[in-house]
Design a protein around this ligand. Structure first.
Ligand code: CO
Length: 210
């Protein structure tokens, strides 16, 4: 019986043949190493593939994804990716990209018990609490969700700025941190213009003497 995962393997074969047809050196070149300019921190949602929605190729974006694109300062996985991207790959831009209609953000706004995921969504509930005055003033639920998606991205950009990894990179050379939101309605990415660099405001308590 043909299993559903077989189509991934046959799809891969067709893709590899197609790539070699376009460029006989495609895989040879990739095997030489990577030199991406961007680190992408996005949602695990299957509808938000970093390369596809940005029209970029293999090798152009270093990627980390988790539920609702959260930057948690005790997350070894994220910190390792961030450290490697900044210190070894010397990426120039770190992009936090959320998306409207994010299931993680919507779940965090409600009171449903989501089992183990409660612990992760807790981070977003804290974003809600921080901006509760603004959010509670939005009567339309969809608009409130959309705003929390944006505020969540903004908070995660700040969380990146609070890490020694990012602050040290700021000291040495140019590194910019950006906040974006992608929408399924038109397929477009909105820049929230919360770009942070070494000159940006950061609560003094979070700034290290480096
Ligand atoms: Co999502």
């Amino acid at each position: 019986m043909k299993e559903s995962y077989d189509r991934l393997l046959s799809g891969n074969k067709e893709w590899a043949v197609e790539k070699l047809k376009q460029d006989p050196n495609y895989f040879k070149d990739l095997s030489l190493g990577q030199n991406p300019e961007y680190l992408w921190i996005g949602c695990s949602d299957s509808r938000v593939p970093a390369n596809e929605i940005t029209g970029t190729k293999s090798g152009e974006i270093f990627v980390h994804r988790n539920i609702a694109n959260v930057v948690v300062h005790t997350d070894m996985n994220l910190l390792s990716v961030l450290y490697y991207a900044v210190e070894v790959l010397h990426v120039k831009h770190v992009i936090v990209c959320g998306h409207y209609g994010c299931g993680g953000v919507i779940a965090a706004m409600g009171n449903t018990d989501n089992g183990f995921v409660n612990n992760w969504l807790r981070n977003i509930k804290e974003v809600y609490e921080k901006y509760s005055t603004e959010l509670n003033a939005i009567t339309d639920l969809k608009q409130r969700e959309n705003r929390l998606v944006e505020l969540n991205v903004i908070e995660q950009v700040h969380n990146l700025a609070k890490t020694k990894i990012v602050q040290q990179a700021w000291k040495r050379r140019e590194l910019q941190v950006h906040g974006w939101v992608y929408g399924f309605n038109d397929g477009l990415i909105k820049d929230l213009h919360v770009m942070m660099d070494e000159l940006s405001d950061l609560e003094p308590i979070f700034r290290y003497d480096l």
